[in-house]
Write a new protein. Structure first.
Length: 665
């Protein structure tokens, strides 16, 4: 902290929100409030004045918000972020001579003491403020202050009482002197994104598997034909794995077999061949014009296209011959391929970020992201960012967002929490996380509580995925259709953003590569599939209902109000959310057991939910459209794996008559 005048009597401490002592920004969505609190103290008995200062990076002048004293030296104020980009905020505090004077004057008046001298002191403070107001362009405030000073000079009880007028107190907060003010250092920042950065439903598919003709490689035009299916399920982000040419050297066969046979398509993440690299499109998928047409067609349906950024190369990528200095050489003179022992990825060369030519490498990789951003792509899923330098990502994301502030980056980093959190602090908008492996009530409650109630929520944007092309969790392997339904409901309702890899998910594909493996047998990563979208028993209808419920209920657009509730059965989990103003109260109850009927009593805190403990209230299940009348704190629920695996209740409270219930709106 610093003083504007060389020294200070005021200290500012415990400011929140603040990440790593201000090293990293907090995150918000346009329209969100930023609530700032701090402990502000001064020596002696004088009162403290404080304002919250905030501005967008494009603005030079600070906007001031007076801080409210909460008691015990804690102060609070808030501002709303109204534009995408970087905003700054800090606190300015000072010994408030006027309010200290007014407090003491009131005490003297109550004691019927002579206050003539004290009034002269107050007049001097007010006249000084009037002069400051005139200079600040607040002519009306200046006239009011001068009139007040004149009234005080007239003396008498009326003049003294005028010194304690609340309107005068407000004017003096704005225009009074602030000697020896302290400003919190460093200035803090908040990164503000568009709503899609927090709320969205992602659907991943492989374009090459979208052909309606068996045996034919799918194209981007085939993906365009698939948009109606994606729209019907309510997804608003369509994520495509890498669409670039696939290397032929060391190409992998089915199930990651070390050698490929003629016709094997290889892994899309083995990027690059004679046809081009990261700025090219696989010729079997189509052309750049096809991608432009797909993007436009998707946007017409309310779907935004997301592309994969995988900074790695196939052995025959043009980079490997044009820039061998960007790769790590082995003692035998060959380039080191990717390994994660005991796994070997002979079809992939990782970049060597420790190369002496690192600056040229960074610039080239930035140009890859910029190339697709110039084509209108604003959402990027980044493959394995934790295997690249932190400083690289901070630089690249900063450069892209300076040009395209609406860009969104999803980090695919299934790694240690500290590393995942570091990537989020550096600029990744959203992050994959441990949700695929959190299955019990205790695991889910503990993990989501960490993500939503601790400092983590200020910078980490979880995107909940029950499966990916790389991950077939054990729960899905043995849970059957009910298990897939359970994980879909949890992902869609526990987080504002979620995604899934389909059509494998909605068709409940669950056969692993082998015992103890979490990889798909006959994985689509290495094969072209043909999916029957009308297969009996698929979950597309459930997914459509879930996404409609999410869109229609503001409670699901944020996670800051997530609360878990007691249930008298360890296989049932219950949690609630509310809309931004406390309206649209929703309660979700899920059966975590995919094999058996489970029942129990849900215990709700009626006072926190503003429910009458005497009168009944209605809960309307949006999945089944069934309504129940509940009474009091504890109410019975029963969920069946072969039917209703979950309830998503909107809570309606009693209003005027027994037949009249209103939404929390």
């Amino acid at each position: 902290m610093s003083s504007l005048d060389g020294w200070s009597r005021v200290a500012i401490a415990g400011l929140t929100p603040k990440i790593d002592d201000g090293q990293f920004p907090i995150k918000r969505i346009v329209g969100d409030p930023v609530v700032v609190e701090a402990e502000i103290v001064a020596d002696g008995h004088d009162l403290v004045g404080a304002v919250l200062l905030h501005r967008h990076d494009d603005e030079e002048a600070w906007t001031e918000v007076p801080m409210e004293a909460l008691g015990y030296d804690r102060f609070r104020a808030e501002f709303r972020v109204d534009a995408i980009g970087r905003h700054r905020y800090t606190i300015k505090a000072w010994v408030d001579r006027f309010h200290s004077w007014a407090r003491d004057l009131g005490k003297r008046l109550d004691a019927r003491q002579d206050v003539s001298v004290e009034l002269l002191i107050g007049i001097g403070l007010i006249e000084t403020a009037a002069a400051r107001a005139s200079g600040a362009g607040a002519a009306r405030d200046a006239r009011t202050l001068r009139a007040t000073a004149k009234a005080l000079r007239a003396g008498g009880s009326a003049g003294a009482a005028g010194a304690l007028d609340p309107e005068l107190a407000d004017l003096m907060t704005r225009h009074g002197e602030r000697p020896f003010a302290t400003v919190h250092e460093p200035e803090l920042s908040v990164t503000v994104d568009r709503e899609k950065a927090r709320f969205g439903a992602w659907y991943e598919l492989f374009p090459r598997s979208c052909s309606a003709v068996r045996g034919r490689h799918g194209t981007l035009r085939d993906v365009e034909a698939r948009l109606a299916y994606v729209e019907a399920m309510g997804f608003d982000v369509l994520y495509l794995p890498p669409i670039h040419p696939i290397g032929r050297v060391n190409r992998k066969g089915p199930n990651n077999r070390a050698t490929a046979k003629r016709g094997d398509p290889g892994s899309p993440w083995a990027i690059g061949s004679a046809e081009g690299g990261h700025k090219a499109i696989h010729p079997d998928l189509g052309t750049l014009e096809d991608l432009r047409q797909l993007r436009a067609a998707a946007e017409a349906r309310g779907i935004e296209l997301a592309l994969d950024i995988a900074f790695q190369c196939a052995p025959d990528h043009p980079y490997a011959t044009e820039h061998p200095e960007w790769f790590r050489m082995r003692p035998d003179g060959t380039i080191q391929y990717a390994e994660n022992p005991p796994k070997k990825y002979q079809d992939i060369y990782p970049f060597d970020f420790e190369t002496d030519a690192w600056q040229a490498l960074w610039v080239e990789l930035l140009s890859v992201v910029r190339y697709w951003a110039e084509e209108g792509i604003r959402i990027f899923r980044v493959d394995n960012p934790h295997t690249k330098p932190f400083d690289f990502w901070a630089w690249l994301i900063g450069e892209i967002k300076a040009e395209y502030p609406d860009a969104i980056f999803l980090a695919e980093a299934f790694t240690r929490p500290a590393v995942m959190y570091r990537l989020a602090k550096l600029g990744f908008t959203q992050s994959y996380n441990y949700f695929p492996w959190r299955n019990t009530k205790e695991e889910l409650t503990e993990y989501l509580t960490e993500l939503t109630t601790t400092e983590v929520r200020e910078f980490f944007g979880p995107n909940l995925w029950p499966n990916t092309p790389d991950i077939l969790p054990e729960y899905l392997q043995f849970g059957g259709r009910a298990g897939f339904a359970t994980r879909a409901v949890l992902a869609a309702t526990l987080g504002p953003s979620y995604g899934l890899y389909g059509p494998a998910f909605e068709q409940c594909v669950a056969e692993p590569l082998g015992p103890g493996k979490e990889e798909y047998l006959d994985s689509e990563k290495y094969e072209v599939k043909r999916w029957d979208l009308d297969a009996e028993g698929n979950l597309s209808g459930l997914l459509g209902r879930l996404n409609r419920i999410r869109r229609e209920n503001p409670a699901f657009r944020t996670n800051h109000d997530l609360r878990f509730h007691e249930v008298s059965n360890s296989e049932l989990i219950a949690y609630s959310k509310a809309g931004p103003d406390g309206s649209n109260q929703v309660l979700v109850v899920v059966n975590l057991d995919p094999h058996h009927v489970q029942a129990g009593f849900v215990d709700l805190p009626l006072d926190e939910l503003d429910l009458d403990p005497v009168r009944p209230y209605q809960v309307h299940d949006l999945l089944s459209d069934v309504r129940f009348l509940w009474h009091g704190r504890r109410n019975y629920v029963e969920l069946h794996p072969d039917g209703d695996q979950a309830n998503i209740f909107v809570v309606r409270r009693w209003t005027r008559s027994e037949a009249d219930f209103d939404y929390y709106t």
